[in-house]
Design a protein around this ligand. Structure first.
Ligand SMILES: Cc1ncc(COP(=O)(O)O)c(C=O)c1O
Length: 392
């Protein structure tokens, strides 16, 4: 039996939590640390905002920058991947007929942001249709790069897709795009803490990653990396006091993004602490965490597919800490909550939190399971048993 680390987390023991991928969960010790910072913020007020939190956030960013291997100077903290994607997309000057290559698996908010750019600025979106299940990295890379033309201005791809939890071949795509002089935006919402990440080796124009998912940092923590040659043009989602101030493009990039008005910045200060906390609490540190969670996701998927006689899923090399299985039915959505009826039944009748996604734009049901530090094999056995009793 895989050792679980649920004692580190605040997860409700009355529920089987198999949806870490959507919202993450932060260790208790980090939430306590953040609460102490919030108390400091309210007692020291000006000193806290003008000095203390800036220093804490700079230290936190140093730890994160080592974790994802990108220079801290080229990264800023931002609330979430959605905001980062919007900032980059809205900053790019698309001309009529410029093409954006993406996939059918792009996350909904990013799809909307790209569609908006297309509608308002005349860009043309070309979507690679990646089947589920897909056979190999090669097949994915060829489908995406096969859409590139002389008019391609941007390739926008996920590192790990949301609905199908599929790892895309971002290295190969960045290498080929860089050779052709095409910018790549990587939406790595799920990647940091799930996969070993080396942004310097990937060398995309833009990379965003959430820290509140697989790093397990407090909510509202993400980063945006922008390659130095694109920093001058990237505009923050909120234009604030220090917008575009500074002598260099890097200083302007930081001044534009680092202060977006008075708000609670203590979550950013917790990112580095969370990385160090889990590195120290789990023997073998992050290398072990990523390996353990991935193996558990595969084990969990195997338990479910065997019990339910399902055979439509991804090859192991394309999955990280989440796994997906195609169910033999289409979604039936509860009109009140907007949630699939199976997902609701699992929650209300069996106290199991997981997610039934659909393969956009079809309504084909996909079961997505997550494997986090607080999970072990019995969680997937419970899910398999519950699914056996539900008709779908
Ligand atoms: C691929 C992908 N991109 C973006 C997001 C959005 O993340 P956030 O809600 O933190 O902005 C998600 C969320 O699950 C995602 O899976």
């Amino acid at each position: 039996m895989n050792k679980d680390y649920s004692h580190l987390f605040l997860i409700d023991p009355g529920f089987t939590a198999l949806n870490h991928g959507s919202f993450g969960s932060c260790p208790a010790e980090i939430i306590n640390y953040q609460f102490e910072l919030v108390k400091k913020m309210e007692s020291l007020t000006t000193r806290f905002f003008t000095r203390i939190v800036k220093d804490l956030n700079a230290g936190s960013m140093e730890v994160l920058s080592r974790f994802v291997n990108a220079p801290s100077a080229d990264m800023i903290f931002i609330r979430n991947a959605t905001t980062a994607a919007n900032a980059a997309i809205n900053s790019i000057s698309f001309e009529k007929g410029d093409e954006i290559v993406t996939t059918n698996l792009i996350y909904g908010s990013c799809r909307n942001a790209l569609d908006h750019a297309a509608k308002t600025r005349g860009a043309v979106i070309k979507k690679a249709e990646i089947p589920f299940p897909v056979q190999s990295e090669n097949e994915i890379a060829e489908l995406i790069m096969g859409l590139v033309t002389k008019r391609t201005k941007l390739i926008f791809i996920d590192h790990v897709t949301s609905e199908t939890a599929m790892i895309l071949p971002v290295k190969r795509i960045c290498d080929e795009a860089n050779r052709l002089g095409i910018d790549v935006f990587i939406d790595g919402a799920h990647a940091p803490g799930m996969l070993p990440l080396d942004i310097s080796v990937l060398n995309p124009a833009y990379y965003t990653g959430n820290c509140h998912k697989w790093i397990c940092a407090p909510k509202g923590t993400a980063f945006l990396y922008v390659r130095p040659d694109r920093q001058e043009s990237v505009i923050p989602p909120i234009i604030s006091n220090y917008f575009c101030q500074g002598e260099t493009s890097n200083a302007r990039f930081h001044n534009s993004f680092d202060w977006s008005g008075t708000m609670d910045y203590t979550n950013y200060a917790c990112v580095g602490k969370t990385i160090e906390h889990l590195e120290n609490k789990v023997p073998g540190g992050w290398n072990h965490i990523m390996k353990r969670n991935r193996e558990l996701a595969i084990t969990g998927r195997n338990i479910i597919t065997k019990e339910l006689h399902l055979d439509q899923y991804l090859p192991d090399e394309l999955i990280g800490s989440m796994a997906t299985v195609k169910l033999n039915s289409t979604a039936v959505i509860d009109p009140k909550t907007g949630i699939d009826l199976i997902q609701l039944e699992l929650l209300d009748k069996y106290s199991i939190e997981t997610v039934i996604t659909t393969l956009y734009p079809t309504k084909q049901r996909i079961l997505r399971i997550s494997a986090a530090l607080y999970n072990n094999e019995t969680d997937y056995e419970k899910l398999a048993e519950a699914l056996r009793k539900i008709s779908f």
